[in-house]
Design a protein around this ligand. Structure first.
Ligand code: FAD
Length: 282
């Protein structure tokens, strides 16, 4: 890789598989990523509304048994009681986990998610209060703003609250407009937040899925990207080649602009992330 990466944090995100076959595919993907990238950590998502709390724990356990790379569970407060959170934290402490991605979480499909914490900032504060400095805490950041935030200023103020509650670093929602990340980093600097804001990278492998995800999470797909993907939605090879080129260039520019690392949303597949990584390394 052309930049100095000594202090950069590269990581990959997985979701908990629901079948044995899914787990064996994941372990294979993990092995390829580990060999090529030596990531600082793998993270494992948490189901909406706490729906697959146990599957996250089980996946973390299996990944820790089969590799040397640190594993960071996501933990969200949506739909969880204080007791459930404390039990989960104790389970992770007992397993030797030292890093968490702490979130409010998405609403479950049935829209019902009562819990003892309303926002990620409250969960971060609770984790610090009950476990001190045991965990390195990552929180989510939104260069193109969280869809529920009434204004960009509200979005940033709430992000800053999470950091002041005790977060050590942030991972962003994915984006394809580099200016949005640069602006967020400038704002963090101006506010004296002093934490790394690692860009979340979504490889492009499927037009319909990307549009659906982006509509849900509020990430913008620039028109020139959307039009190309639309044109190639039935030509997988061309779509993958275009997606790899676009996302590799974004990663290259981010590193040139001083990004403190990259977090890849792998969706449990290694090929697209590895293709981008190869381009960055050559
Ligand atoms: P918060 O930081 O709590 O913010 C949620 C909304 O509330 C924002 O609009 C914010 O501006 C607003 N807000 C915050 N504090 C206040 C306040 N005091 N008063 C009024 N409004 C406030 N989802 C999952 O379900 N599982 C996962 O594993 C998962 N992993 C993720 C990983 C990353 C890196 C990212 C970027 C997102 C992830 N998500 C995951 C999605 C995330 O849970 C959703 O985006 C969720 O809607 C918000 O979570 P948050 O932690 O950012 O929430």
């Amino acid at each position: 890789m052309s930049q100095n990466n000594t202090h950069r944090t590269f990581s990959c995100e997985f979701f908990p598989p629901s079948t044995e076959k899914g787990m064996s595919n994941l372990l294979q993907a993990k092995q390829g990523l580990e060999q090529a990238m030596s990531p600082a950590f793998f993270s494992v998502t948490f189901g909406a509304g706490g729906s697959n709390r146990d599957r996250t724990l089980e996946t973390v356990k299996q990944l820790r048994e089969t590799n040397n790379t640190d594993v960071a569970p996501h933990i969200s407060c949506m739909g969880s009681s204080r007791r459930q959170i404390d039990d989960l934290l104790q389970g992770y402490i007992d397993m030797g986990v030292k890093r968490l991605v702490v979130l409010r979480g998405d609403m479950p499909q049935d829209g019902k998610a009562e819990g003892d914490f309303r926002y990620a900032s409250e969960l971060v504060a609770h984790i610090r209060e009950t476990t001190g400095e045991h965990f390195h805490i990552e929180v989510a950041a939104y260069p193109e703003y969280h869809p529920e935030s009434p204004t960009p200023a509200d979005d940033f103020a709430h992000f800053a609250n999470k950091v002041r509650a005790g977060a050590n670093s942030a991972i962003t929602q994915y984006f394809y407009n580099i200016e949005a990340w640069l602006r967020l980093v400038d704002q963090c600097e101006a506010a004296g937040l002093g934490i790394p804001v690692v860009p979340g990278i979504m490889p492009i492998t499927n037009y319909a899925n990307l549009v659906r995800f982006s509509d849900n999470c509020g990430a913008d797909i620039p028109r020139w990207i959307r039009k190309n993907l639309e044109a190639w939605q039935d030509d997988r090879e061309s779509l993958l080649a275009f997606g790899t080129e676009v996302v590799s260039r974004l990663c290259q520019q981010l590193l040139e602009q001083g990004a403190p690392g990259l977090h890849f949303y792998t969706l449990n597949q290694s090929a697209a992330t590895l293709a981008i990584w190869d381009n960055l390394s050559s």
